[in-house]
Design a protein around this ligand. Sequence first.
Ligand code: ZN
Ligand code: ZN
Length: 472
Amino acid sequence: MTIDWQKEVEARKDDLLKDLFDLLRINSERDDSKKTADAPFGPGPRDALLHMLGYGERDGFTVKNVDNYAGHIEYGEGDETLGIFGHMDVVPAGDGWDTDPYEPVLKDGKIFARGSSDDKGPSMAAYYALKIIKELELPLTKKIRFVVGSDEESGWGDMNYYFEHEEKPDFGFSPDAEFPIINGEKGNVTLKLHFSGDNSGEYTLNEFAAGLRENMVPGAAKAQVTVPSAEAAAELEKAFAEFTTANPVSGTVKADGNTVAIELVGKSAHGASPQAGINAGTFLALFLDQYAFAGGGKNFLHTAATYIHEDFYGEKSGVAHEDAKMGKLTMNAGLFAFAADQAESENYIALNFRYPKGVTADDLENELNNVVSKENASIVRGERNMAPHYVPENDPLVATLLQVYEDHTGEKGHEQIIGGGTYGRLLERGVAYGAMFPGYTDTMHQANEFMTLDDLLRAAAIYADAIYRLAK
Ligand code: ZN
Ligand code: ZN
């Protein structure tokens, strides 16, 4: 039997779009200040999870909610289970949007909304793929389980909990990256540099803050400093204007007597590709580092300006590594926090590393320590350390997915390894597959995130064919 997958998707286009738009309207940013026993990551991620599971119930699937952490939508029977992993949480919208990030807009063939490409759009494409297979009553020999997460962007607490209660599927994919396939992912660990809150110089760093998440390049940064005199304040204002002219940043500066408040704007990007962003935090540190700060404030600024600024591959900070298959280590300074006289545990720069095979988190910590100990920084490692992950090209899962991609696009499939950690790595035989196509503008984690309607529908057809071939 030949099935025209594209036609099957086209016939359900209006329903798919309506379901997707309703899902995108839910602001599902994690909010720990509002978490409760039944909303472990705050109400937004829970509501989006429940909404997605509701589609599964409506459409007659077997649905399970695992205590509002995660859930699944299941179809078919068999000894083996194919898992598909999507997530309903989103990173914070941030600034710079032309439209309301939580009121989706279809314009020029593009769907604009936070989550349109990461990961509600691709998840909806995969869900409709499963729906098509069910509605066509295609014979399958394996069970298919669409696992819906709600904490992918922060700590993966959803999947930790889910797998304490549910069995792991045997193999599978996550629609949360790009085609043709992601069959390898770098390791992922965060090291926080801590600094004492003292100041002893002519200039005082009262406050410094930048960034929303470890895995995002900070798009904005602000600081408040005390300077020796009103004249010094005026000079600093002038210097800042020159700095924003000479660098790819903008900002505002406001003096009030001896106190100056500065806000600097760069460009946010995904933390796995820090070179694609303009880190507002390190640029602001670079500007301030020319002044006579001392103590912990100075160490904080000097470390950011000297070792971290534009050190995307860890060369200045002593942690550069490269692997023939996985490429270079990348480093993103995603969070900056400093307040004068605050405890050392509260003053930090969070560095998120994506590291290739051949090096461990212990190695990175030691190497980094050799450099930053000179600045009196101490290192604390984040809770999560994910080792590099790789599924060989000749694994039937990878081979099948690449074949489906080739059949639908006419393009040659090939293996790819990225720095982003997707749910693909949850399974030993797990990969990421779509939904971005080659040549696509990557807007994940950025303002004006979008997914094109054509790509969404093309991806749904590819997913349907792929699920069928893997599970029949
Ligand atoms: Zn993401
Ligand atoms: Zn994602």
